[in-house]
Design a protein. Structure first.
Length: 185
């Protein structure tokens, strides 16, 4: 009888813990979908202020840039469907490029491509990714794939034309590029 009673008590405790965890998970999901509008607006103002201050002569571009990237990533995690999140992420990617954090830039660009494919500036996102692989990370194969994606998805866009030119020259050395330029002029 004692064993049965003990078993019932343990079962009841386990069941109450499972319900407690379900409530916690539910609360977490609810928190991500519903957020404090004042906090959201405060965070937007703080990020816009950082964006405005990044080009100030008095600021260290790398330090302010790193803070901006970190703040935007935190903002995107807190408000994944906020009104400004994708534009801010694109700003973070460009900033990462500007401070020489190319892998971070590509990581952010991939997040935009994968999570927000309907973003109106997706062509520019794809192009920055291709160009970063090409010029900064010297990964010609990934650059080629990214350029081809632009050409395939946006064939009539000026960025597709630019991508075709860059793709044609992707594997040429500096010397070969100079010779090609001389031959065309």
């Amino acid at each position: 009888m004692k064993r049965l009673l003990l078993l019932l008590i343990i079962s009841a405790l386990m069941f109450s813990c499972e319900n407690s965890n379900e409530n916690t998970d539910s609360d977490k999901k609810k928190t991500k979908m519903e957020f404090n509008k004042d906090d959201y607006e405060r965070d937007i103002i703080a990020i816009k202020s950082l964006i405005d201050s990044i080009s100030s002569v008095d600021n260290d571009y790398n330090v302010v840039g790193r803070k901006l990237i970190d703040d935007i990533i935190e903002f995107a995690n807190n408000y994944p469907y906020g009104e400004n999140v994708v534009d801010f992420l694109f700003t973070a990617a460009k900033t990462a490029n500007g401070i020489g954090e190319y892998r971070e830039s590509v990581k952010i660009l991939d997040k935009i491509i994968n999570k927000y494919p309907g973003y109106p500036n997706i062509k520019e996102v794809l192009f920055l990714k291709a160009f970063t692989y090409d010029e900064n990370l010297n990964n010609k194969e990934k650059a080629k794939d990214a350029y081809l994606k632009i050409i395939q998805e946006f064939p009539k866009d000026p960025l597709a034309s630019e991508s075709k030119i860059l793709l044609e020259n992707l594997y040429l050395s500096d010397k070969e590029l100079i010779e090609k330029y001389k031959a065309n002029n």
